[in-house]
Each structure stands twice: as C-alpha cells, then as structure tokens.
Ligand binder design. Structure first.
Ligand code: NAG
Ligand code: NAG
Ligand code: NAG
Ligand code: NAG
Ligand code: NAG
Ligand code: NAG
Length: 476
C-alpha cells in the first residue's frame, strides 16, 4: 500500500491539487439538477425567494434546502415555512422530483399554496422520510405506496388528499410515524396497519373515515400517540387498546359517533397525558378506575351522555378539563380541580354546579386562559375571581344566577370574550368592554347609556333600561 510519504514532494503537491480541482468542479448529478429545476419551474410564486439560488449550471448541492451525500447525489430536500404564516410557495409539485433517485428525505412543510399529487414519490425507492405537511396536495395516497419499504416516517398532514387509506401501507413495516390527519380521506382504517409494529405515532384525525376503530392494537405496542378525532367512526373503543396502557400518552377520539360505556380499562393508562372523548355518544358513568389516571393533564369528556357519579381523581395537577354538556350534577367544582397548581382551562358548562362563586377559592388563578361555567346554578359574583386572573382570555358564565354590579368587574387587557347573558347582572355597562372581541350581556338587569362599541344590539338585548346605539336612543 502506498502512503503519501513515499511520493516526492512535487508529485504530492500535484496529486493534492488535482484532488482539489475535482472537488471544485464537482457538480451535483445531472438528473438531480434537472429534477430540481423541474420542481422550480412548477413554482409560480416564491415571494420570500427561497429558490433564488437554484440556478442551472451551479452546484445544486449548494442550493438552499438541498443536501447531497456520496457521489454528489441529492439525498435531502427541505423547504419549510412557518405554521400560520403567509404563502411561501405557490405552484404545483412537479413530477420531475422523481428524478432524484437517491433522495432519502423530503420536507415540504407549511408552504401553504403548493398543489399537485404525491405520485412522484413512487419512483424514489430509497426514500425514508416524507413530511409534506400543510400544503394543498390532492389526489389519492398512491395505492402502491407500500413499495416504498424504506419509509420510516410518512406525513401528508394538512393537505387535500381524497380516497381511501391504501392497504399497502401495511407493507411499510419500518414506519415509526404515520400522519395522514387533516385531509379528506374516506373509508375504513385498513386492518393491514396492524403490521406496523414499530409505529409510535398514528395520526388520522380530521378526515372522513368511517367504520369501527379496528381491534388491532395488540400488535402496535409501541404506540404513544393515537389521534382519531374529527372523523365518522362508530362503535366503541376496542378492547385491544389496553395493550397500549404502559406507554400511550395521547388518546384523542373526539368528534366521532362512538357509543357505549367508557371502558374501565382506560383507567390503566398510567402514562396518559391527554384523553379526548368529547363530542361522541358515550353513555353511563365515568369508570371509577379513572382515579388511577394520575398523570392526566388534559381531559375532555364534553358533549356526551355521561351521568353521575363522577369519580374522584387523584391527579396532581390538571391543566385543562372539559366536562361540559353531559348529564352531570357535580354540585360543586371538584377539589382536585380547585387544588390544581397548573390549570389554565376549566370548562364545566351544564354540570349542575350550585356554588356561590365568591366562595370558590382556586389554589392558583395565575395560568387561567379560559373559564366556562355556563348553564349552572352559580350565584354571587365573579368580581373577586376576575380580580385575580390577569391572563384570562375568555370568561363564559351565561345562564346562571350571578348578581353583581358590572361596573365593579375588572376587565383585564387579555380578556377577549365575555358572556354573562341570562343572569341578574345590574349597573351600567363600563367603557372597558369596548376592547373585547365578543360580548354578550343580554337578559340581565343592566341600565343606562351604552358606551360606544362595535357590538350589535343582540349583545345587549333583554335588559332593564339600556339605551343609546345600537339600542334605541336614551330619553332626554
Ligand atoms: C395560490 O396559487 C394559485 C395558483 O397556483 C394562485 O392563483 C393564487 O394566487 C395563489 N394564492 C396566494 C394567496 O398566493
Ligand atoms: C409496486 O406496487 C405495484 C402494485 O402494488 C406492483 O404491481 C409493482 O410490482 C410494485 N413495484 C415494485 C418495484 O415493487
Ligand atoms: C423496529 O422494531 C424492531 C423490534 O422492536 C427493532 O429491532 C427495529 O430496530 C425497529 N426498526 C426501526 C426502524 O426502528
Ligand atoms: C388502581 O390501580 C391499582 C393497581 O393496579 C388497583 O389495585 C386499583 O383497584 C385501581 N383503582 C381503581 C379505582 O380502579
Ligand atoms: C383586587 O385586587 C387588589 C390588589 O390585588 C385589591 O386591593 C382589591 O381589594 C381587589 N378587589 C376586589 C374587589 O377583590
Ligand atoms: C347572547 O346570549 C343569548 C342567550 O344566552 C343568545 O341567545 C344570543 O344568541 C347571544 N347573542 C350573541 C350576540 O352572542
């Protein structure tokens, strides 16, 4: 074997410079260059100029968002906008991306106005990671996607894909994450997904999926996040979900047509952080086993047909709780709620609460964003509570027996929504309410001239003697 020390110095110099010449001249593979330029030619608008340095004849490995591996083949394409921001790229994803034969990962996220179909992926047999999120892709998830057996993560979250989830996805046994949420997918969950034994994250929420939730979770024992909300699923929660108990952290099945009793086995989910069963038709009582959900932070059981008694929870700190619109008669706000040091959202509308609000002394009020106590039999005044909730954004207490002088209520800067309709609130309407986004003071005992606001007459209807725009003029 030769080593550098065996060459005379000038030869070594020549060898090194030759090496360096080739490295300077190195350009990305011609197929990759033409594939990427084809992608660029499908883009009709690039206001932030992210493709500005994609120029023919320059090394495409140095183009923004492009990375190369061995042999100067493009291995990664990554163009990402910010969520909730304006359009980054308009246009259509060109099928010429299928020329990037060595592509291992593609990230096209939050570009917002990118159309086209995912079919170009089928030619990329080495692809491992696909995140094409929050764009406007249409068409089907390709039926032969199961050919891309190297896939480790597949996300089409937030597009406009239609048609069924192809059963060939079950061949992608390396898959760790499968995210198809926020599309227009129809049909049932294919049972072949039970082959995805390495899956930790399954997101199918916000589609139009039908049928039962399959009873196939025995084989998906690594699953940590399961989100099936906002679909048309029927039936109950399948018993095989029990096998996820040791590690499942998120279980979201809200906004479906699920029926039956909430299964006792949900109480075994010791790692559960978030449980959303809202907007279904669950009936019967909440299992006593929920006492064991000691790690639960977010619990939403609202809009079901659940009845008393509600079990006592031993959770250390609930962050967000919604039990609204069931058939509960809680009487009081539970102690495990009042005692939470971290709660920010409390929704207990129509929960049969009969307290005097002045007597409710939550351990912490600091984090509260939202409090909804509508449609209970709560008396007294929220003046003390709102005096302590500096960051409250929404306070809803419609349909109670609150009786207080509205002029004494502190309206903090953060507050945007205030609904006190159908109570016994009296006094005048203070100027401070003009900074709110939404206001409802209808059906109370308010009186006097209204301050100038953007709110319509509906917000003030049914009071004793309010006057001035948008209500009829005050009598002189
Ligand atoms: C989105 O793209 C379409 C065509 O590709 C274009 O007509 C439209 O103006 C774009 N919308 C925005 C908000 O840029
Ligand atoms: C890809 O899938 C289709 C349909 O599932 C199949 O006919 C074809 O042989 C597959 N191609 C490869 C290269 O595996
Ligand atoms: C899939 O799971 C198996 C068994 O748990 C493991 O050996 C393998 O490394 C995993 N594959 C990936 C890609 O995580
Ligand atoms: C909580 O879990 C323990 C241990 O698994 C069990 O013995 C107990 O019965 C459970 N409590 C309830 C209320 O289900
Ligand atoms: C509101 O809070 C301030 C200071 O924190 C206190 O002085 C005042 O008495 C409180 N007002 C009411 C009505 O609770
Ligand atoms: C105000 O509340 C009443 C009763 O709670 C409701 O009927 C009305 O639609 C609400 N109006 C507005 C403007 O929200």
């Amino acid at each position: 074997m030769l080593s550098f020390s065996q060459f005379p110095v000038p030869l070594l110099f020549i060898l090194l410079s030759l090496h360096c010449l080739t490295c300077l001249a190195a350009n990305c593979h011609v197929d990759d260059e033409s594939g990427l330029l084809g992608f660029k030619s499908g883009i009709t608008s690039d206001p932030s100029g992210i493709l500005a340095n994609w120029k023919a004849g320059t090394d495409c490995c140095k183009w923004s968002g492009v990375s190369c591996g061995d042999n100067n083949r493009v291995t990664s394409l990554s163009l990402n906008g910010q969520p909730e921001k304006k359009q980054i790229l308009s246009g259509t994803i060109s099928s010429s991306l299928s020329k990037l034969k060595k592509l291992g990962s593609i990230y096209l996220t939050n570009l917002n106005n990118l159309t086209g179909t995912p079919n170009f992926l089928l030619a990329l047999t080495e692809i491992q990671i696909v995140y094409i999120e929050n764009n406007k892709l249409s068409g089907h998830v390709p039926a032969s996607i199961g050919n891309l057996t190297q896939l480790f993560a597949l996300s089409f979250l937030g597009n406009r894909l239609t048609g069924p989830i192809p059963s060939s996805i079950g061949q992608l046994t390396q898959l760790n994450q499968l995210k198809l949420g926020g599309n227009l997918l129809t049909g049932a969950i294919p049972t072949s997904l039970s082959n995805l034994k390495n899956l930790t994250y399954l997101s199918l929420e916000k589609n139009q999926l039908t049928g039962p939730i399959p009873n196939f979770f025995n084989s998906l024992s690594d699953l940590r996040i399961l989100t099936l909300s906002y679909n048309k699923f029927t039936g109950n929660i399948p018993v095989s979900i029990t096998s996820l108990a040791p590690q499942l952290r998120f279980l979201e099945v809200g906004h479906n047509y699920l029926t039956g009793k909430i299964p006792d086995f949900l109480g075994q989910f010791r790692a559960l952080d978030t449980l959303d069963l809202s907007w279904n038709r669950f009936s019967g009582t909440v299992p006593k086993t929920f006492a064991n959900l000691t790690k639960i932070f977010n619990l939403d059981l609202s809009h079901n047909l659940l009845v008393d008694p509600f079990p006592t929870l031993f959770v250390k700190g609930i962050e967000s709780l919604d039990l609204s619109y069931n058939n509960f008669h809680l009487g009081t706000i539970p102690n495990w709620v009042t005692a939470s040091p971290i709660i920010y959202s409390l929704k207990l509308a129509k929960c049969g609460i009969k307290i005097k609000l002045d007597n409710w002394k939550p351990k912490t009020t600091y984090f509260y964003d939202y409090i909804d106590l509508s449609d209970n039999e709560i008396s007294g005044s929220p003046i003390g509570l709102l005096n302590k909730t500096d960051y409250l954004v929404g306070f809803y207490a419609s349909g109670n027996k609150l009786k207080f002088d509205l002029e004494k209520l502190r309206i903090v800067q953060a507050l945007k929504d205030l609904d006190l309709s159908r109570n016994m609130v009296y006094g005048k309407v203070p100027k401070a309410i003009s900074g709110l986004n939404k206001l409802n003071l209808s059906s109370n005992h308010l009186c006097g001239q209204l301050p100038a606001t953007k709110f319509g007459a509906n917000s003030f209807a049914g009071n004793d003697c309010l006057c001035g725009p948008p209500l009829p003029p005050c009598k002189a």
